[in-house]
Design a protein around this ligand. Structure first.
Ligand code: FPP
Length: 252
């Protein structure tokens, strides 16, 4: 078995509370095995399940993953359809279990443009888990960082025009209009497959996050690789623009 399923070593005191992952490399994983890309994505869902299950053992309280970007619509129709199908299957098979485990599921991204049944599935999943507070799972789907910044600015302007506020735009009220509003500050962004860029993911939230790039392809990801990323994070000194090193995670 190539998939990473080793037991985690346990949480550290300076562990990241909010981790985001760019799950990259499904296509290359499938290609290397002579398999269709769809199977790479399907194995990607298994890796996601392993990672969600392991995350609390490292002290992680919130996990945000990039499932489908606004740019992914440019992929061949068959692949887009495969990815939509995975959401249907994943929610159908895992929602009850996630709800029981105390997971609050949130989908980040524009609802417009999504197939109507997917939008309905997402709304139902969010409503059904809204009361949970043990763990937050945010799936960015039809999400783009720039689009989210535009939406947040627009929301504030609309509130002013509607007479709901007279407050000038500031970091606090701007962040309250982002898709991630209400989630903990982002501590760590992981990207798999060796690529080293943000690809329009969490542009605002990334401001003081640590970045860890891992060579592993996403379908092979799991507790061992997550533990390595968390260990790399714990070695970092976060200064937030100041001179004094801070522990990797400061209490919010
Ligand atoms: C990147 O691999 C991965 C994606 C574009 C999709 C990620 C999605 C999943 C892991 C499944 C998501 C499941 C849910 C429930 C949202 P790539 O295709 O870009 O790989 P490549 O760079 O090797 O071609």
């Amino acid at each position: 078995m190539t998939a990473d399923s080793a037991a985690p070593s346990g949480p550290g005191p300076d562990g990241p509370r909010h981790v985001a992952i760019i799950m990259d490399g499904n296509g290359r994983w499938a290609k290397a095995k002579g398999l269709p890309r769809a199977l790479g994505h399907r194995e990607g869902v298994q890796a996601l399940k392993r990672t969600i299950q392991a995350a609390p053992d490292f002290g992680i309280r919130c996990l945000t993953v990039f499932g489908f970007s606004t740019e992914n619509w440019s992929r061949p129709a068959e692949e887009v359809s495969d990815l939509m199908g995975l959401v249907r299957t994943y929610v159908a098979s895992d929602l009850a279990r996630l709800e029981k485990a105390g997971v609050r599921l949130r989908i980040l991204g524009r609802r417009e443009g999504l197939p109507a049944d997917i939008a309905a599935i997402i709304d139902k999943a969010e409503a059904q888990t809204a009361h949970n507070d043990k763990f937050m799972l945010q799936v960015a789907f039809n999400y783009g960082g720039r689009a989210d910044l535009i939406d947040a600015a627009r929301r504030h302007a609309e509130r002013i025009l509607a007479g709901e506020t007279t407050e000038p735009l500031n970091e606090e009220n701007f962040a309250a209009g982002l898709a991630t509003a209400g989630s903990p500050p982002l501590d760590l962004i992981i990207r798999t497959s060796g690529e080293q860029r943000l690809s329009n993911f969490l542009l605002w939230e990334a401001a003081y996050a640590e970045l860890v790039f891992q060579d592993i392809l996403w379908p092979d990801y799991g507790p061992k690789a997550l533990g390595e990323a968390v260990a790399a994070f714990a070695q970092r000194e976060r200064r937030y623009g100041g001179r004094e090193p801070a522990p990797a995670r400061v209490s919010a």
